[in-house]
Every structure is written in C-alpha cells, then in structure tokens.
Design a protein around this ligand. Structure first.
Ligand code: SAM
Ligand code: SF4
Length: 329
C-alpha cells in the first residue's frame, strides 16, 4: 500500500520518532551540558498514554510502520511500559524501538521486550569508563554495558549503539570500537556531531566528518550495504570477520535529506517535519478524544505538504533546535 504520508517531493514517511519526555538524568556535553532544566515548552506536561495511543493510531492508519520512542530519556517515564503496550495495539506498526542512554536497561529491558519493544538503540560515546563519565556527567559505564548484555539475554538478537563522533574525543578510537563489536551483534553507528543553538563552540572544536571513518572502513575491507525503506539514515558497513556492523550517520553530506523517511512528534504533541526546520504543527488539541482521529489525520497530511526539500544546516541555520533533547535527535 502506498503511504498517505507522502510529501511534495515524493518522499514517503514510514517512520515516526516520538519524544515522550524532555527530562534527562545525563548531561552529555553536546546535548544538555548543564543538565535538564524544567520549564519552557514543557509546562503543559508531556503526552499521556492515551494521547500516545491516539497519535500512533492515526499515524498507523496513514502508513507508519515503525515508531521510535525518544526524549530526553524515555525510560525515565514511569509509564514507559504502558506507552510501548499502547503503540503495540496497532498491527500496522511492526517495529517499536527506543533510543536510550541505557541507564534503566539492566533492570527493565526484559519487561520492555515483553510489552512489545522490538529494537533498541543505546547511546555509548566511549568504551573507556572515565571518558564515558566525562562526556555524560554520569559514572554509569559499567551499568550501561550490563544493560546491553541484559538486552541480548532478554532475546534481542541485535542492539544498535549510537556514538557521537567527536574530533580528539573518540575519532581515534576506531580500533577499540571494532574490537568490541567483533564478537557481538551490535550495529555501532557513528553520528556526526550536529550543530545546535546551544552548542556552537563545541561544534567548531569537535565536529569531524564521518567520511574519515568511511574511507578507513573501505580501506580495511568493510562493505557498504543497501538500506531498507523504514531504516534510518545510516550508511551501513559489514565485514565477514565481524559479527557487528558499523553505521555512519552524516547529516552534512549532500543528499542526506533525499532519503529522509521520518517525521517527528515532540513530547508536547507538536509535529516537526524536520529536526532542524520549524516551529512545529500543534496536534494536541486533536488528541483529547478518539472521535477526532479523522481531523488529526487531515492535519498531519496538510502539514506534510509543507515539508521542505532539505535542511539548511550548511548555512549555519539550526532552526529552533536548541539541543536535541527537545525533539529527540
Ligand atoms: N537520551 C536518549 C539517548 O541519549 O540515547 C535519547 C535522546 S538523545 C537526544 C538521541 C540521540 O541524539 C543520542 O544518540 C545522542 O547521542 C544524539 N545527540 C544528541 N545531541 C547530539 C548532537 N548535537 N549531535 C549529534 N547527535 C546528538
Ligand atoms: Fe540525555 Fe540523551 Fe541528551 Fe545525553 S544525549 S543528555 S542521554 S537526552
């Protein structure tokens, strides 16, 4: 079935990223260096389970196949399992994923899987416990590693790990990362550091293109794989000697936006057509009752016709995105 979620440039959106909270307990240098500060846009409170159910029902009816829960730190929601279960009610949504800092994994991951979670992305920027602490502000490296082991033990056959690539922080550590994934079914995804409204200095000090790694991987015999339609934007590489894979996410590369297949809804119910684009279209007034579903679908379709062809990051335009904890990266 062709997705109703098609924009003016014939891009189809099978993939929804849904933020369920802005709150985070980590203080990653590139995201929330001073920690989470309550207030601002979050005053009305975050989407309830019932609102999440209505949003995902509308998106599922329009063709969405995959939902990723993000934040802030999504696992800080006490009703996280109920949220997963509410999304699971939609047969059309075949994949339910979460992006997490891994803090609650060791304790909870088996229950998440029972509730219907099908995929996990865990953020790990360093395999050195002290450096991990310095980047995240939390001395939780070993807890996160135990969490990843617990995910495999709970039956996830693959885990994705997000690593923000930073010059002079981790860009020289490819060998260490490769040794880690050699015996493990981990897709380690290096994400190029993105410039946000709050992170200019850090960006100029630490941004480095993922091309550096791509060249290195190709030189070492890694092979570039084709992507599936509801995959994220990573270029994925594999190697016959490795159980794991490497992904590269390079938002500054030419044509990155041509393969965009995702839409975003913030934790207060605003539809964002691009991570870096816009002030968002409010959906919340249409989330109070099941009877509003048609109006909700109409508003989403209408908004999509206004999705721009590309972001304007190259011009230094960071849109409204002060930091990625607001709409979840
Ligand atoms: N708290 C969860 C976590 O860290 O996995 C989910 C939310 S976090 C905003 C989602 C992803 O965005 C993480 O993998 C994080 O590393 C990435 N991220 C945050 N700020 C970024 C930036 N300025 N550039 C690139 N990636 C960033
Ligand atoms: Fe929190 Fe994730 Fe941002 Fe780190 S990247 S501060 S874990 S929201």
């Amino acid at each position: 079935m062709a997705s109703q979620l098609t924009d003016a440039f014939a891009r189809q959106f099978f993939y929804l990223r849904l933020s369920i909270t802005d709150v985070c307990n980590f203080r990653c240098t590139y995201c929330l260096p001073d920690g989470y500060k309550p207030g601002g846009v979050t005053n009305n409170g975050f989407l309830s389970v019932a609102e999440v159910r209505r949003i995902t029902r509308a998106f599922a009816a329009m063709g969405t196949e995959k939902v990723r829960l993000t934040g802030g730190e999504p696992s800080l929601r006490r009703d996280f399992i109920d949220i997963v279960a509410a999304i699971r009610e939609n047969d059309a949504i075949r994949q339910i994923a979460v992006t997490t800092n891994g803090y609650r994994l060791a304790r909870d991951v088996a229950q998440w899987r029972d509730a219907g979670l099908t995929a996990l992305n865990v953020s790990v920027d360093s395999l050195d416990a002290r450096q991990f602490h310095a980047i995240t502000g939390q001395d939780k490296f070993h807890q996160v590693m135990e969490g990843i082991d617990a995910a495999f033990a709970a039956g996830f056959d693959k885990v994705k790990v997000n690593t923000v690539l930073m010059r002079d922080v981790n860009h020289h550590q490819l060998d260490t990362f490769l040794a880690w994934i050699k015996p493990r079914r981990i897709q380690l995804r290096f994400i190029e550091l993105m410039e946000t409204g709050e992170g200019n200095d850090l960006f100029s000090r630490h941004h480095i293109s993922g091309m550096v790694l791509r060249d290195e991987l190709l030189k070492r015999g890694w092979i570039h794989q084709l992507r599936q339609r509801s995959d994220g934007p990573a270029q994925v590489f594999c190697h016959p000697d490795y159980e794991g894979e490497i992904g590269l996410i390079m938002p500054y590369e030419k044509d990155f936006c041509a393969s965009c297949n995702r839409l975003r809804v913030s934790s207060v119910g605003k539809l964002h057509l691009c991570l870096f684009g816009d002030g968002g279209v409010d959906l919340r007034d249409l989330l109070a009752e099941d009877a509003q579903q048609q109006a909700l679908e109409a508003r989403i379709s209408d908004a999509l016709m206004h999705k721009k062809q590309t972001h304007f990051l190259h011009q230094g335009n960071t849109g409204i995105t002060q930091n990625l904890s607001y709409i979840g990266g």
